[in-house]
Write a protein that binds this ligand. Structure first.
Ligand code: FAD
Length: 486
């Protein structure tokens, strides 16, 4: 066999597709009975025929990803674009709304509209350059960035410095726009303000007004997995589920192995074979704060107090900027926040097909301390209820996966760290180590390709794509155009 890939998340499948399209014999080994890692859509048995996105649900990085663009994702998966990418309900029945349409957003933000246009709008007009900067391999100057995208890169960098520091409030006059941006920053699950959170915010906020915004795949995230698996099989690859790789003995005899896993798993499996320097660097890789998932079944839409919130594909339930910063600080200090940051998505907002027998899934997760075993269903319900009085009355069923249990269904989410590694400034740049090649694992033919490598978390397949391109060159001498054989 030419190539074994350990793990079938988006990055593992992206690596496998890239290698298979280069004509190699590829097998993907997946520990779980179901394929797709953080992009699975499953029937949790909560209501007849209802399916839930057990991890990712909303996909700005998928449409923007050069990997998914290269394999023509938009031809294979219908990405449904909500009228509003995301919304931020606020105390007193107010709300900030990031419409897909930038100018509508600016108009809705009143005195802070021009500030939003200058900070976020200016980047969304050059989204492909923002993607080159934020979703690159953090080691090379992205192709095509120079000279055209240099101004965007500089603008992005200055925005990170501003929104990642104590200066983050200077450009805003009201509390709605800063809260709207902070809801996005909170995706990093890290203290606020911080450069890592600011980078996350500017990338995702700029994508919200560009291309396909923050889309939801018809039928759920599993559609993305199905497209990748179909492509892999069509190019002769194989996927084996229920095959945890715990030691060298669980691996087939392959010239090259790519790990879509945490560095910790790589160390457990092949630690003895890695160069000592790389091994100790990987041992220093840090996991981050946690998330606890709550999947609800509802008898109707969430009764948001502000009607525009119901038009958003994603809702950040966290209140004002200071409230979110306090909640994230509590979590980082190892304590449960009274009002934890919650992410909420009702896919039926754009995909009525997700409703079955009048019931709909509601996807939520809350930020909690790493390793927390607390069932947060009541905390999430209470927090949503603050902005949607009567929410409790539409809840028919629910299921919580506490942070401590997240790794049961995906070993990459250690202690509920859904980013597969802390999102800190250091670990954004030196992810997983400061080595010149972040994918080479320190042993011949062995690579890491998961979200623990650049560009980091999200469904974009880029860690897999970048790692596979290096492995193709180095292990097989193949320098064909990436994804030849489409
Ligand atoms: C609750 C939650 C919500 C999220 N929301 C979003 C979102 O809306 N949008 C977004 O873009 N991203 C979101 N993410 C993040 C996104 O899902 C991940 O960043 C992405 O899936 C990472 O892809 P990956 O291929 O690196 O790893 P994963 O998708 O995590 O896949 C890793 C795979 O490797 C397998 N594996 C691990 N160890 C072994 C082993 N020893 N042997 C065999 N197999 C193994 C796992 O079972 C898994 O299938 C979310 C994640 C979670 C958990």
């Amino acid at each position: 066999m030419d190539v074994a890939v350990v793990g079938s998340g988006p990055n593992g499948l992206a690596a496998a597709v890239t290698m298979a399209r280069a004509g190699l014999d590829v097998t993907v080994l997946e520990a779980q009975p179901t394929v797709g890692g953080g992009a699975r859509t499953l029937d949790l048995g909560l209501a007849d025929g209802l399916v839930h996105d057990v991890c990712s649900a909303v996909h700005p990085m998928a449409w923007a990803s050069p990997f998914f663009q290269a394999i023509g994702l938009e031809r294979r998966v219908e990405l449904l674009v909500p009228e509003a990418s995301y919304a931020q309900p606020l105390p007193g029945g107010r709300a900030g709304v990031a419409w897909h349409d930038l100018e509508r957003t600016v108009a809705g933000l009143g005195a802070d509209g021009p500030a939003w246009r200058a900070l976020v709008g200016a980047l969304s007009g050059h989204a492909s350059d923002v993607v080159r900067v934020a979703l690159g391999d953090k080691r090379s100057v992205p192709t095509g960035l120079v000279p055209r995208g240099v101004a965007t890169a500089a603008r992005f960098g200055l925005g990170v410095l501003e929104q990642g520091s104590a200066a983050w409030g200077l450009r805003f006059r009201d509390e709605v726009a800063p809260a709207l941006l902070t809801g996005v920053a909170a995706h990093a699950i890290t203290p606020l303000p911080s450069p890592a959170a600011a980078g996350t915010a500017l990338l995702l906020a700029s994508l919200a007004h560009a291309g396909q915004g923050w889309p939801i795949p018809r039928g759920g995230s599993g559609a993305v997995v199905a497209a990748l698996v179909d492509d892999l099989l069509a190019h002769g690859g194989t996927v084996v589920a229920d095959h945890p790789v715990r030691s060298r003995r669980d691996l087939p005899d392959a010239r090259c192995v790519l790990f879509d896993t945490t560095p910790r798993t790589l160390l457990e499996v092949l630690g003895d074979e890695l160069a000592p320097g790389r091994r100790s660097a990987l041992e220093r890789y840090r996991h981050g704060d946690g998330a606890a998932k709550v999947d609800f079944v509802l008898s109707g839409p969430v009764p948001w107090e502000h009607p525009d919130v119901a038009r958003a594909g994603t809702v950040h339930v966290g209140g004002t900027r200071p409230q979110m910063a306090r909640a994230e600080a509590e979590v980082h200090a190892g304590r449960h926040a009274d009002l934890p940051m919650c992410l909420v998505s009702d896919p039926a907002t754009v995909d009525p097909g997700r409703v079955r027998g009048g019931l709909r899934p509601l996807w939520t997760y809350a930020h909690v301390p790493a390793g927390s075993d607390v069932d947060v269903t009541e905390a999430v319900t209470r927090h949503i209820e603050r902005y949607a009085p009567g929410f409790r009355d539409v809840v028919v069923a629910s299921r919580c996966v506490p942070a401590a249990r997240m790794a049961d269904h995906n070993a990459n989410y250690v202690g509920g760290d859904i980013a597969a590694g802390a999102v800190s400034l250091r670990q954004i740049i030196a992810r997983p180590t400061a080595a010149a090649d972040p994918y080479a694992a320190g042993a011949d033919g062995v690579y890491l390709c998961s979200a623990a490598t650049p560009p980091g978390p999200g469904v974009h397949g880029l860690g897999g794509w970048f790692a596979a391109r290096r492995a193709l060159r180095r292990e097989f001498g193949i320098r064909v155009r990436p994804l030849a054989g489409a």
